[in-house]
Design a protein around this ligand. Sequence first.
Ligand SMILES: [Zn+2]
Ligand SMILES: [Zn+2]
Ligand SMILES: [Zn+2]
Length: 114
Amino acid sequence: MRSNPAQSKPCARCHEADRQPGQSYCRPCASEYQRLWQQKQVLTPEQLQKKNARRAAADRKSRGKLVPPERCERCGEPGDLQMHHEDYSKPLEVVWLHLACHRALHRERGDVMA
Ligand SMILES: [Zn+2]
Ligand SMILES: [Zn+2]
Ligand SMILES: [Zn+2]
């Protein structure tokens, strides 16, 4: 028997192992929970569409079917450009931007970089 009652609560998931300090689950349950949660996130239709769009564009690019322009479509300067999707239902319609310009574009819109 444990003497400290604060530490004797079992995991809320398996009800066997001790909880991690400050959490409801034991360590294996916490990582399992995290894994399932991430899996679920990836499988939302929106996430899936984004993923597929990026994959399709990257695939075309690697086969030389999508060629980056000389210059960034935002600032007009040359440099390393990356693909941005305006519409994920059109995976091959991409805008080419610098990393910084790409970040700025999403920041202005208040959404996360995608
Ligand atoms: Zn557990
Ligand atoms: Zn730029
Ligand atoms: Zn983007």
